[in-house]
Design a protein around this ligand. Structure first.
Ligand SMILES: [Zn+2]
Length: 386
């Protein structure tokens, strides 16, 4: 039996006394400088193992940066994971010269986040939190909304580590919780889901979850971007960055909304969810548009898929992945498969039996049928999403 766990992060605003704010800032700086030091050692010495790294950096981290034992370990872990991620990342090439971009050792800004493991902070009476710092512990007040309260007060969730960070002079604590997922129920049928660009998701019941608003903001954002890129000032650069963040958040929000609806529908009707294996999606994206668009879409697709998978796991809905070959060219009525069936990107029309339908609805039905016949993977691995 495949066992998975959900690990959502509950993000809370943290309110502090003035003096404690200064202590936290000093801790934040020391922590990130220590992490940069650890990363440098791991990078130069080509160390991948946390224990090996620990033996070298533990002493200096404590002495030079004044961190306590627990924070020193957290800084080491943050560094080790960042180094591992850089090493594991695929090779990147310069957009203009196509030369391979050399990987460099990760460094952390002084105002980067501070990692707390379960031993280095403590939730007290649920809205107060005590945090390890360079100079003892400080206690802050968590500002909780309904969402945060519902999650933190639910004792079936186990409290894990946390990430302390600051945005515009406000402190936040992102608290990780874990809970083993319920065993997936044996589905009585499948809900096929086709992922696309304009219709972000179409299910085999015929419901379309459009991304029209996403697509519109994306286009608006692209126009703004082009305009801002012509202006090469510092403030234009800042605005560009802000825009990118806003677009991404909007897309994420839409993906959460759509995946929630799909999973609820499957749960309500005691069905599992069938998705195409990723390969097919990437291929289709490539034909659809420019490189810029494909890059954006690949990211958005991966995020939507990940949302569907983890939300399904959380409520015990099975997810299967089916072979993407020909799901878009196959007639869902007579089974005839031919490229010419796909009259346009949006319309499917079978050249043999004349069956016509929206292309993504036709594909969703094929995905549902493929799941009934022979799923490729019975439980796709969960990828983390924000
Ligand atoms: Zn047909």
């Amino acid at each position: 039996m495949n066992e998975t766990a959900s690990t959502p992060t509950v993000c809370c605003k943290l309110s502090l006394a003035m003096a404690d704010d200064a202590v936290l800032r000093a801790t934040q700086t020391a922590f990130n400088q220590a992490a940069s030091y650890c990363a440098r050692v791991a990078w130069d010495e080509e160390i991948t193992n946390k224990n090996t790294l620990h033996q070298i950096v533990y002493g200096p981290t404590r002495v030079t940066y004044g961190l306590g034992a627990q924070l020193a370990c957290c800084a080491r872990d943050k560094a080790a994971e960042a180094v591992r991620a850089v090493r594991a990342a695929p090779e990147r090439r310069d957009r203009n010269t196509d030369a391979v971009i050399t990987k460099t050792c990760p460094t952390f800004r002084d105002d980067g986040s501070v990692r707390y493991d379960a031993n280095s902070y403590k939730l007290k009476s649920l809205d107060r939190v005590s945090l390890n710092t360079r100079s003892g512990r400080v206690t802050g007040q968590l500002v909780l909304g309904d969402f945060q309260r519902a999650h933190l007060y639910d004792m079936s969730w186990k409290i894990g580590g946390a990430e302390l960070f600051r945005r515009a002079n406000v402190w936040y604590l992102g608290i990780t919780q874990t809970k083993a997922d319920p065993a997936p129920a044996e589905p009585t049928g499948w809900l096929g889901v086709d992922l696309g660009i304009v219709n972000l998701a179409t299910d085999s019941d015929g419901e379309t979850h459009t991304g029209t608003d996403v697509e519109q903001t994306r286009q608006w954002y692209m126009r703004r971007r082009t305009a801002l890129q012509r202006v090469r000032t510092k403030s234009a650069k800042r605005r560009l960055k802000r825009l990118a963040g806003r677009q991404r958040r909007f897309q994420k929000h839409t993906n959460h909304r759509i995946s929630k609806r799909l999973v609820e529908r499957a749960k309500r009707t005691a069905r599992g969810i069938a998705l195409e294996a990723l390969k097919g999606i990437r291929e289709r994206v490539r034909v659809r548009g420019t490189a810029q668009r494909a890059r954006h879409s690949n990211w958005a697709f991966a995020h939507l898929r990940a949302c569907i998978v983890y939300k399904a796991q959380r409520v015990g809905v099975r997810v299967v992945v089916v072979d993407p070959r020909s799901t878009s060219q196959r007639c869902s009525r007579c089974g005839h498969t031919e490229r010419a069936n796909r009259r346009t990107q949006a319309v499917f029309c079978c050249v043999v039996c004349g069956h016509a339908a929206p292309a993504d609805y036709n594909a969703a039905i094929n995905i549902e049928r493929a799941a009934v016949k022979q799923p490729m993977v019975s439980n796709p691995t969960q990828s983390r999403s924000g």
